[in-house]
Design a protein around this ligand. Structure first.
Ligand SMILES: CC(C)(COP(=O)(O)OP(=O)(O)OC[C@H]1O[C@@H](n2cnc3c(N)ncnc32)[C@H](O)[C@@H]1OP(=O)(O)O)[C@@H](O)C(=O)NCCC(=O)NCCS
Length: 190
């Protein structure tokens, strides 16, 4: 378990799966899916998870459930497209409970994930993509010190409007470490 100030990251499992259907179909699915609005059944989600477990994906990714300090499942954060050769990894994030957005939970989870990627997995570089409509992520990237590395023009559509998709990257030498970042951001336990 990775213990944060507002959240803990734990191995993704049944307690999170039970909520995944709701998270896929509510507004968090729209933001995490860069404008996608789709209806996903519980059976589809379970089948995809089984497929993920049965493939060699666990070797190329790490899936965490995000929970509050008293154990309420909030969403999932993960490391994808992990390459042990180049030591580069992609990050994915979803706080599936909209009532918890803007409260620092996502930032706390991201800081845990970054320390894990750099210190435990020994990655040299992490990156992620989002659409420019997602101001929460843009703000988070700016605060944590990710660099805007690429912009794919009009690469997605959200509610009928095209938006650019942006790639953000962070190198190990640019990461001051979680403790320093908590101090810089003034993140506090509730
Ligand atoms: C993106 C996400 C992980 C961020 O986590 P969060 O807990 O909501 O964000 P935080 O509270 O840690 O804050 C992030 C920053 O965004 C700001 N913010 C919050 N709501 C905002 C809004 N509506 N518009 C712009 N900025 C906003 C916060 O104020 C904070 O900046 P600040 O500290 O300078 O004030 C979370 O919102 C989420 O999972 N959203 C749905 C799925 C998604 O977008 N996934 C990411 C795909 S790349």
């Amino acid at each position: 378990m990775l213990e944060g100030l507002l959240v803990d990251l734990v191995p993704y499992g049944k307690r999170f799966m039970e909520n995944a259907h709701r998270w896929a179909n509510n507004d968090s699915g729209f933001w995490a899916g860069m404008g996608r609005r789709e209806f996903v059944t519980q059976a589809q989600i379970e089948a995809e998870y089984r497929e993920w477990r049965e493939s060699n994906r666990p070797e190329t990714g790490v899936a965490f459930g995000v929970q509050t300090k008293d154990g309420k499942p909030l969403g999932y954060f993960g490391i994808n497209f992990l390459s042990y050769h180049s030591r580069v990894a992609n990050l994915g994030a979803n706080i599936g409970e909209p009532d918890y957005w803007g409260g620092g939970y996502g930032t706390d989870a991201l800081l845990l994930l970054l320390d894990y990627a750099f210190d435990t997995l020994d990655m040299r570089r992490v990156w992620l993509i989002t659409m420019t409509l997602n101001e929460r992520v843009l703000r988070q990237m700016e605060k944590i010190g990710f660099l805007l590395e690429a912009r794919q023009r009009k690469a997605t559509i959200a509610d009928g409007v095209p938006y650019d998709v942006v790639v953000y990257g962070l190198l190990r030498e640019e990461w001051p470490g979680r403790v320093a970042m908590i101090d810089r951001l003034g993140l506090r336990a509730r």
